[in-house]
Design a protein around this ligand. Structure first.
Ligand code: HEM
Length: 315
């Protein structure tokens, strides 16, 4: 089946890089804030080009997400069908918290300085129209491992499966070419994690640690992370999402984290993953990864097509 995308998408499918900045902003009540945000978003392509050209080998890309609470005011466009604020998921032991955020900038490059420079110019343009909610700088750790020591991102879709998994299409014409994105900033208890034997860690993740081989699903009882995060619909079709997780942290202050970011054509797929992880499947048997990983944030955005962003300066 062909996947018709009438709009030019943002660079949602840009590759994983050595460095990434995750910037979450709220829009302030200052006079003219909305129009400043609109004109900045409309010119974001130009801003990205200005920075990217300074080292074309450094794979610079920025994607912009817009939150549910400001969608109407910032875009004036019909709402993407599934867009709503992140719904907290309360499991028996762990909770996926819901935290504020109106705008997400996912800034990527092989070079930290390009991410920095883009963010500097962006913040200059936005001025007092925004307030920073969270700014996290992530880095690549060896062969795309998370700080738990596992290769992270293996099961991501590749090639033609990427647009089919992440871009809204004919099911919601007004939102076509866009993508839902969910972010959660996790911090790990590395001391406790390192106290586990590697075999137990592997059973929790569902893959071997050194050579990243997928383990079989458990026949019953406690399921691994990769099993809980595998979603099939009622027809038995599996729905993938695109993850660009990055490690972050500071050994000096004892902070070790994973910034989770998942793009999807269907928000319900990520929501169902969170349900299965936090509540458990069967309920009660939550994802054991959460015993060592606590989400400090949880926010949902819609990443409209590039064409939609460019049109925001029309007033
Ligand atoms: C798989 C780590 C949170 C969704 C994996 C894998 C690792 C991992 C190591 C196996 C390799 C791979 O396929 O990438 C983590 C860490 C997290 C985290 C460290 C945070 C502390 C999440 C969350 C979601 C999620 C919050 C979704 C809401 C997935 C999916 C897979 C996966 C869809 C692939 C499953 C498959 O094999 O099809 N994760 N993850 N992860 N994770 Fe996570």
């Amino acid at each position: 089946m062909s996947h018709r995308v009438p709009m030019q998408p943002q660079r949602v499918d840009a590759p994983l890089t050595q460095s990434a900045t995750f910037l979450i902003l709220s829009v302030t009540e200052s006079p003219g804030a909305i129009s400043t945000v609109r004109s900045t978003l409309a010119s974001i392509d130009g801003l990205a080009k200005n920075v990217a050209i300074r080292d074309l080998g450094a794979s610079f890309a920025c994607t912009v997400g817009i939150g549910s609470d400001v969608w109407d005011r910032v875009t004036g466009l019909p709402r993407p069908a599934e867009l709503h604020p992140f719904t907290a998921v309360k499991g028996g032991v762990h909770t996926a918290v819901s935290t504020p955020g109106d705008l997400l900038f996912h800034i990527r490059s092989e070079r930290r300085d390009l991410c920095f420079e883009f963010e500097r110019q962006l913040m200059d343009l936005l001025g007092d129209a925004v307030a920073v909610v969270d700014e996290t700088v992530g880095f690549r750790y060896f062969d795309v491992r998370d700080l738990l020591g596992f290769v992270d991102g293996t099961a991501n879709p590749v090639g033609p499966d990427v647009p089919a998994s992440i871009l809204v299409a004919e099911e919601d014409e007004a939102a076509a070419g866009g993508s839902y994105v969910v972010v959660q900033k996790y911090v790990h208890d590395l001391k406790a994690w390192h106290a586990l034997p590697a075999e137990q860690q592997e059973a929790i993740i569902g893959r071997t640690k050194l050579d990243n081989v997928e383990l079989d699903d458990a026949v019953s009882g406690q399921q691994s992370h990769k099993t809980l995060a595998t979603i099939e619909d009622e027809n038995g079709d599996e729905h993938d999402i695109l993850r660009d997780n990055m490690p972050f942290g500071s050994p000096g202050s004892g902070e070790f984290g994973t910034y989770f970011i998942g793009y999807s054509r269907r928000l319900w797929v990520i929501e169902r993953m969170l349900q299965r992880m936090f509540v458990g499947s069967p309920p009660g048997l939550h994802d054991r990864l959460l015993d060592f990983s606590k989400p400090l944030t949880g926010t949902t955005f819609f990443v409209p097509s590039s064409s939609v962003l460019a049109s925001l300066d029309s007033d």
